[in-house]
Design a protein around this ligand. Sequence first.
Ligand SMILES: Nc1ncnc2c1ncn2[C@@H]1O[C@H](COP(=O)(O)OP(=O)(O)OP(=O)(O)O)[C@@H](O)[C@H]1O
Length: 254
Amino acid sequence: MPLDVAQAAVAAIDVDALTKKFDAHTALHGISFTVPAGGTVALLGGNGAGKTTTISILLGLLLPTSGTVRVLGHDMLTARYSALPRMNFSSPYVDLPHRLTVRENLTVYGHLYGLTHLKDRIARMAEELDLTAILNRPSGNLSAGQKTRVALAKALLNDPELLLLDEPTASLDPDTADWVRGFLEQYRARTGATILLASHNMAEVERMCDGVLMMKGGRIVDRGTPADLLSRYGRDNLEEVFLDIARDRRQAAE
Ligand SMILES: Nc1ncnc2c1ncn2[C@@H]1O[C@H](COP(=O)(O)OP(=O)(O)OP(=O)(O)O)[C@@H](O)[C@H]1O
């Protein structure tokens, strides 16, 4: 799928000349990209490349130093409350409050989103994500796989049109990770949702994504479909392309 807004009917995400400085450190150096509605795009890059900073700005959690960010057609600086109800987020690094049960946590988030028929919605999510048996357990006592399923339930509670995922399968065993990818693929197929995900798992990106943004040192240093990148770098898999970029090896061909 193209990453160019000109070819997409409506861009779910449109970022232009986005810069973020933390005091003297520049985390993002004027990056620009679009994600077409219905696309699944990966933000790839080594530690410190700027992936989480980008996602945090898209969520309105961090303010840009300069540049514009439009999400689902709304400027995140001036109209983020129009976009936020239509999007959601999941990260294994953001824990739900430990002492609340799974049901209580989902209820709190449901109220934050102003959702109606919340009990039915939670029951449906619990069934889809196999959470029924743990709904009354404190959220702090769950395994990594169970926490991921609860985090997905929280992320999908409002039927988001845009899902931002920070390393959706980090610390999961291969079987559970595979299940999560399949679940997300089904959600996307059923709803037409747009997904932007940061990942260090190249096989995951090749399987799920139709676009890739390669970040390094706060810049987007390459982009394209996984197939484009493999052919341009003359490589068999994205892991090798990632290493070429990380180690500043030249592209095989333009
Ligand atoms: N709140 C902050 N204050 C100061 N510097 C920050 C802050 N948040 C991020 N940074 C810096 O900005 C740069 C980008 O960080 P970011 O977390 O966006 O990278 P990342 O690509 O998500 O990395 P990782 O894969 O390790 O999660 C890093 O150099 C980081 O140290």
